[in-house]
Design a protein around this ligand. Structure first.
Ligand code: ATP
Ligand code: MG
Length: 214
């Protein structure tokens, strides 16, 4: 888990971190740690999405508020949860240099409320396939990060429910590690990247058979 958290650092080059995970392995805790980091060390607008609004209330009160109340560095930036002075409400917590907005994936308005440099999609397998006639909640939320190209961080995590239809599995499948051996130096370059539809068109080039028949 330490390695996963290292990937979330502002200094790590990774933009999309996908976690297909077992139950109760501290993923939500890791997301909260990253929120604390984004309030204190690298302030930024953060959007956190839970499957439904009820879960937002639970996470906000029992995980994020307790973290803020227990950390002097966070408490000095975000008001104590009991104060509820508008800087710290269940759905919105403001701090110098950023804001944390929490929303349910069942709320189209919540998903397009603000631009976000940090997007945390928790338990995506519990999201509805479509929200408010506006489309897939994962796509709607990711669109919120479009003005932070090259700087954004998108965290997607879920416990698979059914391996044949898992959203998180489908997202994980679009990430691949390419290894290319340079012919002259013999050096092997490794790059982990997100495969878009455009990348898929060059997929055959990485198949040995393609070159045998060339
Ligand atoms: N650093 C820690 N040390 C020990 N226990 C922890 C730590 N962080 C979280 N826990 C506990 O581990 C349990 C699982 O944490 P968490 O809910 O973050 O995991 P999760 O993978 O998101 O679980 P779920 O599958 O229910 O979504 C919780 O009971 C939490 O209190
Ligand atoms: Mg969780």
């Amino acid at each position: 888990m330490r390695k996963v958290m290292d990937c979330m650092s502002d200094f790590a080059p990774y933009r999309k971190i996908v976690m297909m995970k077992g139950a109760q392995i501290t993923w939500t805790e890791i997301c909260c740690n990253f929120i604390g980091y984004s309030m204190h060390i690298a302030p930024a607008p953060v959007l956190m999405v839970e499957p439904i609004d009820d879960m937002v209330t639970l996470i906000s009160k029992t995980r994020i508020d307790t973290m803020i109340d227990a950390c002097p560095e966070l408490l000095s930036r975000v008001s104590a949860s009991k104060s509820r002075d508008g800087k710290n409400t269940i759905n919105l917590k403001t701090f110098p240099g950023g804001v944390l907005r929490l929303t349910g994936a069942n709320s189209a308005a919540g998903l397009r409320a603000m631009p976000a440099k940090i997007l945390i999609l928790d338990e995506v397998d519990g999201y509805p396939p479509e929200v408010g006639g506006e489309g897939n909640p994962v796509d709607l939320a990711i669109a919120r990060t479009s003005s932070f190209e090259g700087k954004k961080k998108i965290l997607i995590g879920s416990t698979p429910i059914n391996l044949s239809v898992d959203k998180v599995l489908n997202i994980a499948k679009t990430i691949t590690t390419l290894k290319i051996k340079l012919p002259v130096s013999g050096e092997t370059l490794t790059r982990t990247m997100l495969l878009t539809a455009k990348h898929k068109t060059i997929e055959p080039l990485f198949n040995k058979k393609f070159w045998e028949n060339f």
